[in-house]
Design a protein. Structure first.
Length: 510
């Protein structure tokens, strides 16, 4: 981006301005521009420029072009001050739209044009008028695809920045909800919004977030994933330290906990920070249904997460190095099923794991209807064919299938991806050192998780650094909402209490 002192100022000579703009937009067939004379003697020139199909033509014609013709007739025919009078009339209410501003340099004006606004130049005046006329094609509010719930809102964020801010505003009608908007990317100039609740957010986390975003120096930001990779604490870790969501209700809930939400234009996924391990196991639906069944679901997710990362390595460690630990009847079954398998157990597991990963990737890339069919039918056919051919044993097919099924039980795809990588890390140690290697690899992962931080917040909170017993009320289980009176560690210490229970409510509960 150009420095302020190097920006091209708006000249009083309209031809100089037109020459500069048309040089910048040379060979841009989607740019619409028109120069036309106005005034009693048709001796004052105006210039309008915008991007085709990024603006509302109806708005331009009714609020800009028609207004120009009316204001020209109304403006006093003072030959010396006609330009100034016309300019002031248009800015002070002639153009009947609320979003209008003056700009004194052409470089900022070009950014506004490319954002979907209309630029108006008046000959003889050293400022230009920017009229908000955004009307580019956009996808409306649809249902969430990656965070599906049975009960709760079906709305999902869209690719439009302003739609996403509105979806949050609808849920938090508080003047303390702030949306600081800035542009990142020297060429893309992508709109990014830092959203927070002023009195709940921690000032030090907010400052650190702004500092990290300000340090981003790249040509273009095309997705929120770009921002995540620039501002996360440890880029070498396979585990996500920032949470993504496409659900507005989940983002609103994060804001009320004192977290910060980052909205990036052109993507339906927003960032929520800081993030801890427990937050990746939470689903929006957890708070909409009864606490008993949701607590049971939480426990199932944690168990599934452990199985997804550890089961293949544990099988290799026990079957290869410690078969005496397996019950006798089960051991005989495993030995009988592996009798005709020509490859070692380690390569047998790796073969099926890679086949499963390939099916997963193929299912994602194909159209939804075909992809789901491929995942189910392909897994059954390949597994059955591999067993009949004697390449793998039935127990390995069961283990790999159970591992994949458990990974789908975790509600956050980024955490699942981290578990997928760590699974092979555990398999390697188990294949080399047996059960000792299995526990060593698990210990390494645990140490890494404990050492991780997200914007100064321990990643394993509240399991390792709980401030009080109330921090455990929304982890392995979820207590009734009226029991969770305090906000988690993310919130400002002055705003820890988020609800007050009235006396008659307490008596009724008793």
């Amino acid at each position: 981006m150009k420095d302020i002192e190097n920006k091209k100022s708006v000249s009083q000579n309209i031809d100089d301005n037109i020459s500069y703009l048309e040089n910048l937009f040379e060979n841009c067939g989607d740019i619409v521009k028109r120069k036309f004379p106005v005034g009693v003697n048709k001796d004052i020139w105006l210039y309008v420029i915008y991007v085709d199909d990024m603006v509302s033509r109806e708005l331009i014609e009714s609020r800009v072009i028609d207004t120009l013709m009316i204001e020209i007739k109304k403006t006093p025919p003072d030959e010396n001050n006609f330009n100034y009078n016309l300019f002031k009339e248009l800015v002070d209410g002639g153009i009947t739209t609320a979003d209008i501003k003056e700009i004194d340099n052409l470089d900022d004006a070009c950014t506004e044009i490319l954002a979907g606004n209309t630029l108006l130049l008046i000959d003889g005046f050293s400022k230009c008028i920017i009229v908000s006329t955004k009307g580019f094609p956009k996808r409306g509010v649809s249902e969430a695809d990656t965070e599906i719930v049975v009960q709760g809102s079906k709305e999902a964020f869209a690719e439009s920045f302003r739609i996403n801010t509105v979806l949050i505003r609808r849920r938090i009608r508080d003047t303390k909800l702030k949306i600081e908007q800035l542009q990142v990317g020297k060429r893309s100039k992508t709109d990014i919004g830092i959203v927070y609740i002023d009195d709940i957010v921690r000032p030090e986390i907010l400052e650190e977030t702004k500092k990290r975003i300000d340090m981003i120096d790249i040509d273009a930001i095309l997705d929120s994933g770009y921002v995540e990779q620039f501002i996360e604490d440890d880029y070498l870790s396979p585990f996500p330290q920032i949470q993504l969501t496409e659900r507005p209700d989940k983002a609103a809930s994060a804001l009320l906990e004192g977290r910060i939400v980052i909205i990036v234009d052109n993507t339906p996924f927003v960032l929520m920070l800081p993030a801890v391990l427990a937050s990746f196991y939470q689903s929006a639906e957890d708070y909409y249904q009864r606490w008993e069944i949701m607590s049971f679901s939480r426990i199932i997710r944690y168990i599934a997460g452990f199985i997804a990362v550890s089961l293949p390595g544990l099988y290799i460690a026990t079957a290869v190095y410690h078969p005496s630990m397996i019950p006798t009847q089960l051991l005989f079954k495993i030995a009988a099923s592996r009798g005709d398998v020509p490859i070692p157990a380690v390569f047998e597991v790796l073969l099926m794991e890679i086949a499963f990963e390939t099916l997963r990737e193929a299912g994602i890339r194909l159209p939804s209807a075909i992809g789901s069919t491929l995942g189910i039918v392909g897994g059954i056919i390949i597994g059955q064919a591999a067993v009949e051919a004697g390449l793998v044993s039935p127990i390995v097919v069961i283990i790999v299938s159970l591992t994949g099924l458990c990974s789908f039980s975790i509600p956050n795809i980024a955490l699942v991806s981290g578990f997928r990588l760590m699974k092979y890390f555990i398999i390697f140690f188990s294949a080399v050192l047996g059960l000792f290697g299995f526990w060593v690899s698990m210990l390494f992962i645990l140490i890494h998780l404990v050492a991780l931080k997200s914007f100064g917040i321990p990643f394993m909170f509240p399991f390792t650094s709980a401030e009080s017993s109330s921090d455990m009320k929304d982890t392995f289980f979820r207590l009734p909402i009226f029991k969770m009176k305090k906000r988690p560690i993310f919130a400002n210490t002055n705003q820890k209490i988020r609800m007050k229970i009235k006396e008659n409510f307490t008596e009724r509960r008793k």
